[in-house]
Design a protein around this ligand. Structure first.
Ligand code: CMC
Length: 441
């Protein structure tokens, strides 16, 4: 089957003609324009018309839904939420405003923001009974393992929120999830180090509150450094949503069955955990520590280039960005700000990171494959500087991405064209045969 060179032009009547050379038949498929970016070919009737499915492992060319939340131009290194560039949002807005916007039409005005912040703040406590869940985990459990379990369990605590057909409940669920994730995440950390849980405080901002719950103890308050709180807020903002990435697609797929939003988000947390996705920020720090000194950088760059070696430079490369990840640029600046504010004059891992980046960006292998630093390359160094344990890095990503997951889930439920997600396959197993009786096998 070959694609006809001539796609029709003329607004919404555009189509692409596919010719099946085995039958000589041609079939037209509509081209759908977005508000920006490439048009997509609507192949919804492909099987009906041609008897063929498509084959696209990893969904590299497959659009699974229509969305108004986030746009990425990977070639140009552009990330926008509802038309606002991520750099602009990072400079002139904050995480709470972005959360509001992803659940509503636009950025909030002053009164709308105040009301939203109040709602989120007042939902930040969790049901007391939920605390007993933590006791079921081994002290050394990875906090992401705890997150998968506890977030999934929320559906048992908020049964009113699992009515996915009620728009009011959908909104309340979104607020509950955004509000409670920092509390649940910080509790996972406190449990792992054997300290008492710290309750949220309503006089603190979202980022301040998370730092307070992480680092205060009943015997001593944790004075939050405003530069650190700003960097934390920025990390949340930069990770808020990233269109149809693996964890978001997981949330949409789970949610498409009618599964409740807490269970769907728990599935997203599981998908985020892997080192190719959200687990990369933890892997970056481990890798920089393993490299240890700048003189060993060439050895690791060579390892990453060796086709026989499975090692990859963590924090480099992206499925969509074939240019510098715009989030990495913002974080590179924040990284220096935080180290200065904390009086850290020399951070060996940052030195290695900067030199590693320089070397990779000049290397033919990385240039040819368009491998640039991604969001995880610098976030780990900031988090390490503020005392965040590495096992919490992916938890932080999960806290931040919760708004993206729940906003995308809500958009999907409210989309009248939404269907059960159910991909097809190319079967290459055995063809029909008869079962041989056990005594004869
Ligand atoms: N180091 C060395 N080689 C790499 C790297 C890397 N980090 N990333 C990709 N490549 C090579 C890869 O070996 C392949 O080479 P070849 O064509 O010779 O087989 C080519 O580049 C294309 O890679 P791919 O795996 O087919 O591309 P992908 O789109 O499936 O992978 C990725 C994207 C993010 C999984 C990959 O770049 C990677 O493993 N990076 C390291 C992990 C990482 O930093 N992940 C965080 C992503 S950003 C945060 C998030 O969205 O979760």
């Amino acid at each position: 089957m070959a694609k006809s060179p001539a796609a029709n032009s003329g607004g919404s009547n555009e189509y692409v003609t596919l010719t099946d050379h085995s039958t000589g038949k041609s079939h037209d498929f509509p081209l759908m324009p977005g508000s920006t970016g490439p048009k997509v070919i609507n192949i919804g009737k492909l099987y009906g018309q041609t008897g063929h499915f498509t084959y696209d492992p990893g969904f590299t060319c497959t659009g699974a839904c229509e969305s108004k939340l986030t746009y990425i131009d990977g070639e140009a290194g552009i990330l926008m939420h509802k038309g606002y560039m991520i750099e602009d949002l990072a400079e002139h807005s904050d995480y709470m405003e972005l959360c509001y916007m992803l659940l509503n039409d636009d950025l909030p005005n002053k009164a709308e923001k105040a009301e939203f912040v109040k709602i989120i703040t007042e939902h930040s406590m969790i049901h007391e009974q939920l605390k007993t869940f933590y006791d079921g985990f081994r002290r050394g459990a990875h906090p992401m393992a705890i997150m998968c379990g506890v977030v999934g369990a929320l559906s048992a605590f908020y049964p009113d929120s699992i009515d996915i057909l009620d728009p009011v409940q959908r909104k309340i669920t979104a607020h509950r999830l955004v509000a409670k994730m920092p509390t649940i995440g910080a509790m996972a950390y406190k449990y792992s180090i054997g300290q008492p849980f710290i309750y949220p405080r309503n006089d603190l901002t979202y980022a301040e509150n998370f730092l307070h719950m992480m680092f205060a103890v009943p015997a001593a308050e944790y004075p939050v450094n405003p530069v650190v709180a700003k960097a934390m807020d920025r990390i949340f903002l930069l990770h808020a949503d990233h269109e149809q990435n693996a964890s978001t697609s997981t949330v949409r797929l789970a949610g498409s069955t009618g599964a409740n939003p807490f269970a769907s988000v728990a599935a997203g947390i599981a998908a985020l955990w892997g080192p190719a996705h959200g687990g990369a920020n933890e892997a970056v720090i481990n890798m920089l520590a393993e490299i240890g000194t700048p003189d060993r950088i060439p050895e690791y760059v060579d390892k990453a280039k060796d086709p026989e070696d499975e090692f990859r430079l963590f924090g480099f490369g992206h499925r969509v960005y074939k240019n510098y990840d715009p989030r990495a640029k913002v974080l590179q600046e924040s990284c220096h700000e935080v180290l200065n504010a904390l009086g850290i004059e020399h951070e060996p891992l940052l030195d290695i990171a900067v030199q590693l980046e320089e070397m990779a960006l000049k290397d033919e292998y990385f240039i040819e494959k368009k491998l640039f630093p991604n969001v995880d390359f610098y976030s780990g160094i900031i988090l390490k500087a503020i005392g965040m344990p590495t096992t919490m890095f992916t938890v932080l990503f999960a806290i931040a991405r919760t708004i993206g997951w729940i906003a995308q889930w809500k958009e999907m439920i409210e989309d009248p064209t939404q269907k059960l997600g159910r991909p097809r396959q190319l079967y290459t197993g055995a063809t029909e045969r008869s079962v041989v009786a056990l005594h004869k096998r």
